[in-house]
Ligand binder design. Structure first.
Ligand code: NAP
Length: 529
C-alpha cells in the first residue's frame, strides 16, 4: 500500500480537489511527499450519504461478524508493516519505540472492542416479561437493547497518530457500537492516516461490510470538520485536541436543528498532590519520577503533570531542587508540529515573564527544528488563586509548582480548579487521613484519581476513565479510553409488546445470541456452549 494523498470515500479512492497540503518531517522541518488533495463539501456529502446508507445494515450485523471486522482492521494495520512505522515516526517526531508501542495499543484496542462486541454485554439487554394476570392492571411485555447512534465524525488527534487517530479509540468504539465512521484526518500525520485508512477500507471489503462503514477525509477543520459536524446524518462527534477547537465544535453541534453530542477531550493540567509525609520521606525519588513523566513524549500528553501542589516546607525545597536538577539534564525533544512547538514556546514565555512566577529550571537548550525545551516554574498559592491564566494548560513539558501555606489552602486550590482528567496523590500511610479529606473534592473535579504514580500511561482497560468534567472533556459522564468508551455511541430503545418474530435477536425469548440479560430485574447469565 502506497501513500498517494487520496481521499477514501467508502470503497472509492479519489483525489481531493480542494487545495493541496503536505506533511512535515517533524525532526527536520522538511516537506514530505506526496501532496494530499483536500476534500470539498461535496466529498463530505458523499461520505455522509454512504455512511447513512450503511448504518441500518452495519448496526444489525451479528456480534461475531462485527467482532471479526474489528480484528481484521487490527490485522490489516499490522500488515502495513514498517512503512507505517517509518512514516509515523517521520510525521510525528516521536521515537520509533513509542510508535511501535502505540501501534500495539491501537491493535490491542481494536481486539479489546472485538471481545466487548462478542460478549454482547454492551447491548445491556433487559426483559420485563408481560404479567397478564397482574391486578389492578396487566403489565405489558417490555424489552430494551442499545443501538448505535448513527454515523460518527472522528477528528484524529495530533499527539496519538495511531491510538487516537484514524483507527484509534474513538473509531474502534464507534464501530463496535455499530456506527459508521467518517474520519477528518489530522494535518500533522496525513500519510499515517492514509495508510491506516487503507487498512480499514480493506477490512470493510474483506468482511463484506456495507461500503459506507468508513471514510477518510483530508482538509481544514473549519471547513471540512465543521461541515461534517453540521451534516444532519452525523449523530455524534469524537474529538481530541485544543480547548478552542473542541468548544467551537460543541457550539456548532449544539446549533444544529438536531443538536448532537460532541465527545471532545481538550485541556487538563492534571494536579499532582505531594502530601507531607511522602514528601519528607521520598521527595527526591518522587521528583525523578515526576520529571520522567513530565518529559515523556516531549510532554505532549493530555495527562501530563502540569501542576504540583505541596505545603511549604524544607522537604518541598529539596523536591524543587531535585526536580530542577533532573529537568536540567533532560534533552530538548522534537514536538509534533511547528504550530504546537510555537504554541509551547509562547505559553512558556508567558509564564517566564509573569511577575509572580519564578522559572526554576529549563531542560537542555534546543537545537534543530521544533525542539521543545522543558520548563519548571514555581509560584505561591495566593498568585495561583488570583491569576486564573496560571491554570491554563501548556501543551508540552512544562509544569508549575505551587507552594501552599497549609493543607487547607491546598484543598481550597483544588476547589478552584477547572475539571481535570487526572489527579495524582503522592502519599504514605501516615498521609491517608489527610488524603481521605481531599477525596470528595477530587472526585468532583477529576475523572481518575491515582496514587503514587502519574497520569501519563493510560491503561486501556475495562475500569479506565479517561475523561472528566469540562473543560477536560465536553461531557464528564464519559470516557474515551477503555471499554466503557462504547457507551458514548449507544442509545437505548425499548420494545413494548413486540411479537417475537419482530424482535431483534438480542431480545428474543430463547436468547439465540447467548448474551447476559437482565430479566425481570435479575441478571440472567448466558448459557454458553
Ligand atoms: P487543534 O488545533 O485543536 O486541532 C485538532 C483538530 O481539530 C484538527 O483536525 C484541526 O483541523 C481541527 N480544528 C482546529 N480548529 C478547528 C475549528 N475551529 N473548527 C473545526 N475543527 C478545527 O489541536 P492540535 O492541532 O492537535 O494542537 C493544537 C493545540 O491543541 C496544542 O498546542 C495543545 O494546546 C492542544 N492539544 C491538546 C491535547 C490534549 O489532549 N489535551 C491534544 C492535542 C492538542 P486543522 O488544523 O487541520 O484545520
Amino acid at each position: 500500500m502506497n501513500i498517494a494523498g487520496n481521499l477514501l470515500i467508502g470503497q472509492s479512492v479519489r483525489r481531493g480537489t480542494n487545495g493541496v497540503s503536505y506533511a512535515i518531517d517533524a525532526a527536520s522541518g522538511e516537506r514530505l511527499e506526496p501532496g494530499f488533495g483536500g476534500a470539498t463539501l461535496e466529498d463530505v456529502d458523499a461520505a455522509c450519504a454512504l455512511a447513512w446508507a450503511a448504518f441500518d445494515i452495519f448496526r444489525e450485523t451479528t456480534l461475531e461478524a462485527r467482532a471479526d471486522f474489528l480484528e481484521t482492521i487490527a490485522a490489516n494495520i499490522l500488515a502495513a508493516g514498517d512503512a507505517l512505522i517509518e512514516r509515523c515516526v517521520a510525521e510525528s517526531g516521536l521515537p520509533r519505540a513509542r510508535i511501535e508501542g502505540e501501534r500495539a495499543r491501537t491493535v490491542g484496542q481494536l481486539r479489546m472492542f472485538a471481545g466487548v462486541v462478542r460478549a454482547g454485554d454492551f447491548l445491556e439487554a433487559r426483559i420485563d416479561p408481560a404479567q397478564p394476570e397482574r391486578k389492578p392492571a396487566p403489565r405489558v411485555d417490555l424489552r430494551l437493547r442499545h443501538i448505535g447512534l448513527g454515523p460518527i465524525a472522528v477528528f484524529g488527534a495530533s499527539n496519538f497518530p495511531l491510538a487516537f487517530s484514524v483507527a484509534g479509540g474513538d473509531t474502534a468504539s464507534a464501530l463496535a457500537a455499530g456506527c459508521p465512521v467518517i474520519v477528518k484526518a489530522h494535518a500533522a500525520h496525513p500519510g499515517t492516516s492514509e495508510l491506516v485508512g487503507m487498512a480499514v477500507q480493506k477490512a470493510v471489503k474483506d468482511c463484506e461490510m456495507p461500503e459506507g462503514t468508513f471514510s477518510l477525509l483530508f482538509g481544514s477543520g473549519r471547513e471540512i470538520g465543521q461541515g461534517l459536524v453540521r451534516d444532519p446524518r452525523i449523530k455524534a462527534v469524537g474529538f481530541t485536541g485544543s480547548r478552542h477547537a473542541g468548544t467551537e465544535l460543541m457550539a456548532v453541534a449544539a446549533a444544529r436543528p438536531e443538536p448532537v453530542p460532541v465527545y471532545a477531550e481538550m485541556s487538563s493540567i492534571n494536579p499532582v498532590l505531594l502530601f507531607p509525609h511522602a514528601l519528607e520521606q521520598r521527595g527526591e525519588a518522587i521528583a525523578q519520577a515526576f520529571v520522567q513523566s513530565l518529559t515523556l513524549g516531549a510532554g505532549q500528553f493530555c495527562t501530563n503533570p502540569g501542576l504540583i501542589l505541596a505545603v511549604e516546607d524544607p522537604a518541598l525545597d529539596r523536591f524543587v531542587a531535585a526536580a530542577s536538577e533532573a529537568l536540567r539534564r533532560a534533552p530538548a525533544a522534537t514536538m509534533l508540529t511547528p504550530g504546537i512547538h510555537r504554541a509551547f514556546e509562547t505559553a512558556v514565555s508567558k509564564f517566564a515573564e509573569h511577575p509572580q512566577v519564578q522559572t526554576v529550571a529549563r531542560a537542555q537548550p534546543a537545537t534543530g527544528a521544533n525542539k521543545g525545551q522543558g520548563a519548571l516554574f514555581v509560584t505561591s498559592a495566593a498568585a495561583f488563586r488570583e491569576q486564573t491564566e496560571l491554570q491554563e494548560e501548556i501543551f508540552g513539558a512544562a509544569s508549575l509548582i505551587v507552594r501552599c501555606p497549609d493543607l487547607h489552602t491546598m484543598r481550597e486550590l483544588i476547589e478552584s480548579l477547572e475539571g481535570q482528567l487526572t489527579a495524582a496523590l503522592q502519599i504514605d500511610e501516615a498521609d491517608y487521613a489527610a488524603a481521605r479529606s481531599f477525596l470528595p473534592s477530587l472526585e468532583r473535579r477529576v475523572g481518575r484519581v491515582l496514587v503514587n504514580g502519574f497520569g501519563t500511561g493510560v491503561e486501556v482497560a475495562h475500569a479506565m476513565v479517561h475523561g472528566g468534567p469540562y473543560p477536560s472533556t465536553a461531557d464528564g459522564r464519559s470516557t474515551s479510553v477503555g471499554s466503557l468508551a462504547i457507551r458514548r455511541f449507544l442509545r437505548p430503545v425499548s420494545y413494548q409488546d413486540m411479537p417475537e418474530a419482530l424482535l431483534p435477536e438480542s431480545l428474543k425469548t430463547g436468547n439465540p445470541w447467548r448474551i447476559n440479560r437482565l430479566v425481570d430485574g435479575k441478571i440472567a447469565l448466558a448459557q454458553r456452549a
